[in-house]
Write a protein that binds this ligand. Structure first.
Ligand code: ZN
Length: 187
């Protein structure tokens, strides 16, 4: 297992719509294992493949360390599709391993229905609510090249310009391995 450098705000890979996974080979399993280690090392609760430079439609969710969520098992989500979004929306504060130290309120549907495949390529459908639905939507967006800072209110967007530029220019301290170039491409 190894820690993978996390792509940072400004890295082109974060703006790329990633490619569908067609087969689960040894490399894909290694990527998933390394992604789990990378996410846990950074105390993250979700991680998308393009955040570690991989052009694959995969994300991880593990909210089991969060209060009241201990029963939620870590999940590997491959080729996800959100097939339903609740009309009811909710504001929750979000952060992102690719945008360290920055947080912001984001309005999103309260619950979703997600179709995905697991590491055996078996299809599943899950209805998620609360924090799980929140993390899944955040990670799903990553795979489409969307970041949570794109979705915050206009006044916050203005306030975030400077901290985001600082991340782009690597003018901040990082507590986990990060990419060193905006052209970061791992796979
Ligand atoms: Zn994120």
């Amino acid at each position: 297992m190894s820690l993978l450098p996390v792509a940072l705000y400004g890295d082109k890979i974060l703006r790329k719509k990633v490619t569908k996974v067609k087969e689960i080979d040894v490399e894909t399993i290694k990527l998933i294992t390394d992604m789990f280690e990378t996410m846990h090392n950074a105390y993250g609760i979700g991680l998308a493949a393009n955040q570690v430079g991989a052009d694959k439609t995969i994300f991880l969710v593990d909210i089991s360390e969060m209060e009241g969520e201990e029963d939620k098992k870590p999940m590997v989500i491959i080729n996800p599709k959100i097939i339903n979004r609740s009309d009811e929306t909710i504001i929750m504060e979000e952060g992102c391993l690719s945008i360290p130290e920055v947080r912001g309120d984001v309005l999103r549907p309260k619950s979703i229905t997600l179709e995905y495949q697991d590491t055996d390529f078996k299809k599943h459908k899950i209805k998620a609510d609360g924090l799980l639905a929140r993390v899944m939507q955040h990670e799903y967006d990553h795979l489409q090249g969307i970041l949570f800072t794109d979705l915050v209110a206009d006044d916050l967007k203005k306030k975030l310009k400077k901290p985001l530029n600082n991340i782009k220019r690597r003018k901040v301290e990082f507590e986990y391995p990060t990419s060193t170039s905006v052209d970061y491409q791992l796979i």
